[in-house]
Design a protein around this ligand. Structure first.
Ligand code: KG4
Ligand code: ZN
Length: 342
């Protein structure tokens, strides 16, 4: 069984994990969230500086928890992109040094493919083909996973990602960073029909979220002008409802168009309570199997990178010591192909 040390530093979590196939042997995450919260969002330079400081400890803690020594590993893996360039370079530099020093191959991992693979850790029996709704801070994709390394992007956002939309709406309500999870919590106490927001109409299987923020601001203004009191929980619930409705109506349309029997959620937004509940409910109604990662594996972590790396390693993927960060790396794999394996 392939055993890999994986490093993830694409944004504001410094994470390392030792993964064996679809099983985590040991993991450690150091989050910088509180520091970035002071500035209302991730400050790239601070993220890089913390990664550089934290990496030695985070990696040795993951190795210690796994109870493995360098000679027990097959490879060292690292997130190549997408993400913040400075942050990615910290992890890549550190992973290269370890791979070189330990005489191990280096495996580059697409962060978004990592998010998808988080599901294998929770459900080792999960096998393609399946449809995956990838919803994170920077991405919203509907993709058909044909086999372990071939995927087809069938729909994508035309503007903002779902997580970005949640974060922007949270700012409108006055919630601190990170807004998405706080908006979700607040929405649990609200009524989604209060603002009468409409789900945007977008052709085909694509998404659009950028107009929703303007619609939200306008709806709140209208209510205020009419002298109606409006609760933040109702604003949060109204916004969450239209985002989730758009995500799932397209996802289930795609399920029926592709004839798939399995729908998988991935990415930070798959932690959203309404999204999880509604996916379950609609899945039951449609007779579709539904999977989503446990909460700890929805947001950024290195376990998912390690799991993805085991698959890629077994398909012969290796990087040279000239590996560079690719901040805009696309979901289509390490190159512009649909295959994750060139
Ligand atoms: O996957 P992730 O950790 O980072 C990226 O790869 O982008 O996703 C972070 C995004 C943020 O936009 C955050 O607000 C959103 O996921 N998020 C949520 C929830 N938890 C995290 N959005 C809505 N509801 C949540 N419970
Ligand atoms: Zn992510």
């Amino acid at each position: 069984m392939t055993r890999i040390l994986a490093i993830e530093t694409s944004c504001d979590e410094t994470a390392a994990a030792v993964v064996e196939g679809r099983k985590t042997l040991g993991a450690f995450v150091s989050t910088q969230m509180k520091e970035h919260a002071l500035y209302g969002g991730v400050v790239p330079e601070i993220a890089s500086r913390r990664h550089i400081e934290n990496l030695p400890y985070v990696v040795s803690e993951a190795m210690k928890r796994a109870g493995v020594a360098p000679e027990d590993l097959d490879a060292v893996a690292v997130t190549q992109g997408p993400g913040l360039v400075g942050a990615l370079l910290c992890g890549i530099g550190y992973a290269k040094a370890l791979a070189y020093g330990w005489g191990k191959p280096l495996v580059p991992v697409n962060h978004i493919f990592g998010h998808i693979c988080a599901n294998y850790l929770a459900e080792p029996s999960l096998k393609p083909p399946y449809l995956c709704l990838v919803v994170s801070g920077g991405h919203s994709h509907l993709c058909y996973m044909e086999d372990e390394t071939h995927l087809h992007v069938l729909g994508a956002t035309r503007d903002d990602a779902a997580g970005e939309a949640f974060d922007k709406a949270a700012r409108v309500i006055g919630l601190p960073y990170p807004g998405g999870p706080l908006l979700d919590e607040l929405a649990e106490k609200g009524t989604p029909q209060t603002l009468g927001l409409r789900v945007p109409k977008v052709e085909g299987l694509d998404y659009s979220f950028s107009g929703l923020k303007t619609a939200l601001i306008q709806a709140v203004e209208r209510k205020k002008k009419a002298g109606e009191e409006i609760q933040p929980a109702d604003i949060a619930a109204s916004f969450r409802y239209v985002v989730v409705e758009q995500l799932l109506s397209k996802a289930f349309q795609c399920v029926s168009e592709t004839g798939t029997d399995t729908l998988v959620l991935a990415g930070g937004v798959s932690a959203n309570r309404l999204l999880r509940r509604e996916t379950e409910r609609r899945g039951r109604e449609a007779g579709i199997r539904v999977f989503y990662p446990p909460l700890a594996l929805c947001t950024d972590n290195a376990e998912m990178i390690g799991c993805a790396a085991c698959i890629l390693y077994e398909h012969g993927i290796r990087a040279g010591l000239d590996l560079n960060a690719q901040p805009s790396l696309r979901l289509k794999g390490h190159t512009a192909f649909d295959s994750l394996v060139p």
